[in-house]
Write a protein that binds this ligand. Sequence first.
Ligand code: GTR
Length: 413
Amino acid sequence: LLTPAAHAQRPKPNYDESQVPKFKLPDPLVTNKGKKVDSAEEWQNVRRPEILELFENEVYGKSPAAPKDMLFEVTSVKNDALGGKAIRKEVSVYFSGKKEEPRMDLLIYLPAKATKPVPVFMGLNFYGNHTITDETDVKLNDHWMRSNKDKGIVDHKATEASRGKSSSRWPIEKIIDRGYGLVAIYCGDIDPDYDDGFKNGVHALYNSKQKPAPDEWGTIAAWAWGLSRALDYLETDKQIDANKVAVMGHSRLGKTSLWAGAQDPRFALVISNDSGCGGAALSRRRFGETLHVINNAFPHWFCDNFNKYIDKENELPVDQHMLISLIAPRPVYVASAVEDRWADPKGEFLSVKYAEPVYKLLGTSGFGADKMPGINEPVQKQMGYHIRTGKHDVTDFDWEQYLNFADQHFRGS
Ligand code: GTR
């Protein structure tokens, strides 16, 4: 990795399509030994495990199995939330089984009029569950977070002023009106988003004395692991249909939803919103954010082995289309934004396209888009994609598409 001074001198990001290097992607349907994969069994039994292992060893790092004795505590229930539309619950998950840190808090909204277990969207957020809702009686997050004056985060703590500050990204009423629930979790409950030498968050539960080995979990893997633990809780909640959980994330948390969905087949649908480098975007394109930039700016996100490929993307045994392929045959949706060139919209699109042969092999409708669709013209088959107008963000347009996509796959409409 670079010294901070050298990092400051880093090359300007490339935004010129003609400067994208020529590259050859590894084929998701050719095994490490060079054999063509031609059946669903061979994919499931041979090639998929190979690709999963490559991502574990070289990109995100291996995560531990689920702890044996987690403790789930329902800390509040409100049956007339959102003016009577929703049931709202808060649930604390104690990873060690004892009432001590690390602990993550789930904020759950469910349609009040539901008569059977409901499908839900689950997503991590950047500044605490109380920031996604305008309801002021939700618990204020008490964990470390990145300071942000505009968001009301002062000295790494949430203040009352932070309530509702991210609500534009979470249209809870719309989600409820469409018959879905929402499960929210602050990512920093699982692992704080800074390079602390892996001493805190859930890393501390397993690696209390030392930094993980070069092939062990970084922060994105820890967040993804936390999402699976939240799903462990959902499986115990009778009001929720745990077979219909869509995991959704934006940006660094979109990288996380993809890795969570890739590893844990219990996630029935996976959504990446503007996830970019190390998420949906192909690393080999080196368009916008590169491995060089991301690994230096966020040394804790990936496993240390990922650093080997800085400026040597062609040596990666995988690229991000293979991350998407791990989700097959489950529905996957990738979204980009026109002004979010840093995340390389075209590279995000191409990952979906180059994962399609796996979806086809497994007998699904695949993607069906050869060229990037027009702006604000979503493509939705087994694989979905859109590029919308606007910047790096989560908008109502994005959610409208995710809800339609979920209707198609969870309700057959
Ligand atoms: C940026 C980072 C991106 C993306 C983004 C975010 O600083 O370069 O990879 O993750 O943060 O999470 O908003």
